[in-house]
Design a protein around this ligand. Structure first.
Ligand SMILES: Cc1cc2nc3c(=O)[nH]c(=O)nc-3n(C[C@H](O)[C@H](O)[C@H](O)COP(=O)(O)O)c2cc1C
Length: 292
């Protein structure tokens, strides 16, 4: 199991020390043209998690390839995953075609941003267009808001995706209690943090059962136990998102906790717990209680 950051939750150029604790670094989503993102306020804290309506602020693909990517490569000794966004299959494919296989370990296709108004083409169509122009492994990042996310996972697998990233934020809103007006300028934002964990577990479980593709699990991970549970549902790797804003040492801490959490359920490490939630016969605790 590798530990990654979730896209948009860590600026490695500003905090390379945090990035170096990870097994791979995932960039913020890049789009064909530069985007300033949405108007402020675009972050709100709630009792249930964080809402963000950043809106894919990024320097655009040209500047990313000429400036940001070379600086990241120079600064980090770990594989770099590039998150790619857009508004049509051609947008995505043209960005993928411009990424160099030597500099980019994986392309994560962001097919699920809740903070932009433009509708993208269908997920499978985008994956197929990207598959046609690059040999770099493609991970499709899907939204748990889809009524049948396992069907989308199957469709992107058939279109050539090598893996899945699950889950993105889910659309939510917060009101100022004094004025009863939305806190965020665009009314809604993406909800992230601990409240996403049960949804992430269900989504990873369903998509693993449907595809058996490698999955990066994310959504509300704050502890090693959270990470282990995602692995048990079928995640091969785990990403840390919102927790990185409050705890920059989270990668090292989660790694140490993972070792303890694994020992508690009687496995040597997280890899031994992979997908055990699909198979009662492999449940470590059950085996232990049978032999005890
Ligand atoms: C401030 C912020 C910015 C984000 N930006 C992106 C992004 O650019 N691309 C993307 O695919 N996901 C983005 N996400 C979603 C995260 O990558 C992740 O899927 C989500 O936050 C769930 O994980 P968490 O609960 O651990 O934060 C962003 C999340 C936050 C909180």
């Amino acid at each position: 199991m590798r530990l990654l950051n979730a896209s948009g939750c860590l600026d490695a150029l500003a905090a390379p020390g945090v990035a170096r604790q990870l097994d791979a670094y995932v960039t913020k989503t890049i789009t064909p043209l530069p985007r300033e993102g949405n108007a402020p306020p675009r972050i709100a804290e709630t009792a249930h998690g964080m809402l963000n309506a950043i809106g894919l602020a990024n320097p655009g693909r040209e500047r990313f390839v000429s400036h940001t990517l070379p600086r990241l490569t120079e600064l980090l000794d770990i594989p770099i995953w590039v998150s790619v966004g857009g508004f049509s299959a051609d947008d995505y494919a043209e960005t993928c075609a411009g990424l160099d296989r030597d500099a980019v370990a994986v392309i994560e296709l962001n097919l699920s941003c809740p903070n932009v108004d433009e509708a993208a083409d269908g997920a499978a169509e985008i994956v197929a267009a990207c598959r046609a122009v690059t040999a770099i492994p493609l991970y499709a990042k899907l939204s748990a808001a889809h009524p049948d996310v396992a069907a989308v996972a199957t469709a992107v697998a058939d279109a050539g995706a090598d893996g899945l990233s699950l889950i993105n934020t889910l659309r939510g809103s917060a009101l100022d209690p004094r004025t009863l007006q939305p806190v965020l300028a665009r009314t809604t934002g993406g909800l992230s943090g601990p409240s996403l964990k049960p949804i992430a577990l269900a989504t990873v479980h369903a998509c693993y059962a449907a595809t058996h593709l490698p999955i990066v699990g994310m959504g509300g991970v704050t502890t090693g136990q959270d990470a282990l549970e995602l692995v048990a549902c079928g995640a091969r790797d785990v990403a840390l998102g919102t927790i990185l804003f409050s705890d920059p040492d989270a990668p090292s801490r989660v790694r140490a906790e993972l070792a303890d959490a694994s020992a508690r359920v009687g496995v040597a490490g997280p890899d031994e717990a992979h997908a055990v939630a699909h198979d009662p016969e492999r449940t470590p605790l059950r085996e232990r209680s049978v032999t005890a």
